[in-house]
Ligand binder design. Sequence first.
Ligand code: NAD
Length: 481
Amino acid sequence: MMELENLIDGRRCKAASGHLFEKRAPATGELLARVPASTVEDVDRAVNAAHTALRQGPWASAGGAARGRWLHRLADLIERDRDALTMLLAQEQGRPSIEMRMMDVPMSVDVLRYFAGWADKLEGRTVPTDGFMGRPTLNYTRRTPIGVAAQIVPWNAPLMIAVWKLAPALAAGCTVVIKPSEDAPLAVARLGELVVEAGIPNGVVNIVHGVGAQVGPPLVAHPLVSKVSFTGSTEVGRAIACEAAKTFKRVTLELGGKAAQIVFADADLEQVIPGLLLGMFVNQGQTCAAGSRALVHRSLADAVETRLAEAARTMRVGPPTDSSSQMGALISERHLERVRAHIDAAIAEGAIKLTGDEPVPPHGWYMRPTVLGGVHPGMRIAREEVFGPVGMVIPFDTEDEAIRLANDTPYGLSASLWTQNIGTAHRVAERLEVGAVAINCWSPLDARLPWGGIKQSGIGRDLSRAALDSYLEEKVVTAAL
Ligand code: NAD
């Protein structure tokens, strides 16, 4: 059992209140860690430390090349500790270790290196004009760090999403206060230790643990915070946008989703079934891009539903640290109850459970991959984000109908489509109201590609040059000659 601490101004410290809360292992229910229950006082100290590091000291005077070297050093340390980080994530999330080994840990390294490369390339522009009041002018722009960034992280990919936020902010020269999720604080705490080991100056990265409702609001409201980057639920994102508006803070909001996976009549089912399974059940369906709604051409709908249910029935649900497990446990008992309630509501509306009642390991918050039959587009299960291992097949007849069904949700994060026809693929990709479309695959993420949603899936983008730009202001300088 560990006792975690905050990281403020390069030093590990307890919450000012002295209070702790418990973090339990999803796969066993055992106590994993006691975590500081921080409050406004800790937030204020962390923001002040970040603000001081921004204005004076080694970070403030460092050039972009030095910032890049620090980011590379942090990437080196994550690479060195990849096995331990993989196991820590598996333990705290209940998620199969293979997913972290293949995705979260290597992607964290890649994202750090990608943004390290940008750190010394923050070039401004020279802009010719007709001059000012009869005098010629020299006009140029400078890219300056936006200031202190508050970065609020969810539990479903805690290390990777913390790095998605940290890396562009540091490349831009900002300083940060990270608030990890109370449901997955361990790997982010370890990241803080690696930040110190990498020699990143004190106060540049601060980590304040705590319950969302206690730490989040004072962090978002703090007058010395210039930007809030949040990944989490649409409900909390809305509250953050309202609070941030009061002081005109910049916001990046990566929120919920209800992705469709559209299967056209000419799709290759050998590709489609594993693709649908991945989209529905990776990370126990606890991903914002979860492709829970398979919209399938009526000619294939029965075959796809049968094969999907068969494949789901044979998936290995087991301990996250066992390399043969394909699915682990859900993050918490509360979340398991929430997902069960969505299924019960769907059944009350007429859905049928085709799979999901097979046995699960005796301890922990496990749930079998569940495929529902008889789902109609108007049912709540087809419209609301479940964030659990629940999939469904909904038939369609025409391309227009598929697009209408896919877009008929308040969310707009991502979608997949499966077809052999290049014309169909690009025509439909154009008309889907989402931030990311995957053709003949599900949700490929890459440091170089922007990630984020439209509609109620959020504002702004993580990853890519777009994320870097969101941590920079463009200042214009005009000299009358
Ligand atoms: P959540 O909104 O409950 O919590 C996210 C973070 O916000 C946590 O750190 C939490 O402590 C904090 N928080 C809670 N209340 C707060 C408040 N009032 N003010 C400020 N911060 C507060 O979300 P979650 O359950 O951790 O994550 C699941 C959600 O995240 C899903 O809706 C999922 O779709 C979304 N998500 C989106 C993306 C994306 O890239 N779009 C990626 C991952 C997860």
